[in-house]
Design a protein around this ligand. Structure first.
Ligand SMILES: CC(=O)[C@@H](O)[C@H](O)COP(=O)(O)O
Ligand SMILES: NCC(=O)COP(=O)(O)O
Length: 238
């Protein structure tokens, strides 16, 4: 069984664009959960361009499924996660000026740092996951940090899939997933997963515990909702 964790960063982007509180993240989160989602993911970035640190605190009070906070473990982020105590923290090595996450951890080079950070989170009962490229060596080394899970960075799969290179793009993920199984790590995945590619990914990656999906899911929701909403306006204008 693979859990769907909905990443609500894009709802916060929309909210922040007008300076008010629409869409309301609290109401949206409750609705998303009531529609069946099994988790809520947020990725507060240092510039708070979408999710604000205060959102993490406010959401913690209402999330009834699995709450996953992603981010680069800079001191400010570590403090926030230790305060909020989500179900899971996903460590992502993103640069401050990155448009979005664009690489996984080098778990060999940064092993000592990851060991320390993971220990601090696990002492507070927070499940840990490390964002990694689909590279069996990185998955293997992740196991030595004490982490519970890894999250496979699926951008290369999504792009290859869109170009029609399905088998070629899934192959490294199959190997990385096998390694995770071998070294006893739980397996998550995310980035650019969508209605188009999720079924193929799921069918080829056994033991997939969780996917976190944001950008495509919110774009698809807007697009698939357009006809309904346009007609609701037309009805009111009659
Ligand atoms: C780790 C990951 O792949 C996602 O969290 C992604 O980075 C979403 O972040 P943005 O919404 O800021 O692009
Ligand atoms: N961990 C990946 C995530 O939360 C969502 O990534 P995306 O679907 O916005 O690319």
């Amino acid at each position: 069984m693979t859990k769907l964790s909905v990443n609500i960063n894009k709802l916060a982007t929309l909210r922040n664009s007008r300076g008010g509180n629409v869409p309301n993240l609290i109401t949206s989160t409750k609705d998303i959960e009531s529609f069946g989602a099994e988790g809520i993911t947020i990725h507060p970035r240092p510039d708070e361009r979408h999710i604000r640190y205060q959102d993490a605190r406010d959401l913690k009070k209402v999330v009834t499924t699995e709450f996953n906070i992603e981010g680069n473990p800079i001191p400010k982020f570590i403090d926030l996660v230790l305060e909020v105590k989500p179900t899971q923290v996903t460590l992502v090595p993103d640069a401050e000026d990155a448009i979005t996450s664009n690489a996984g951890w080098d778990t060999i080079k940064h092993k000592d740092f990851l060991v320390d950070v993971i220990k601090a989170f696990k002492e507070k009962g927070i499940r840990t996951s490390i964002f990694v490229d689909p590279d069996a060596a990185m998955v293997k080394a992740a196991a030595e940090t004490g982490t519970d899970r890894v999250e496979l960075y699926t951008e290369s799969f999504a792009h290859g899939f869109a170009k029609g290179n399905k088998e070629e793009s899934i192959a490294p993920f199959v190997k990385a997933a096998e390694m995770a199984q071998q070294v006893g790590l739980g397996l998550n995945a995310g980035h650019d997963l969508s209605l188009d590619n999720i079924k193929f990914f799921k069918e080829h990656i056994p033991h997939l515990l969780e996917v976190s999906i944001g950008h495509a899911l919110i774009c698809e929701s807007l697009y698939l909702g357009l006809e309904n909403v346009v007609n609701m306006y037309l009805h009111r204008l009659k």
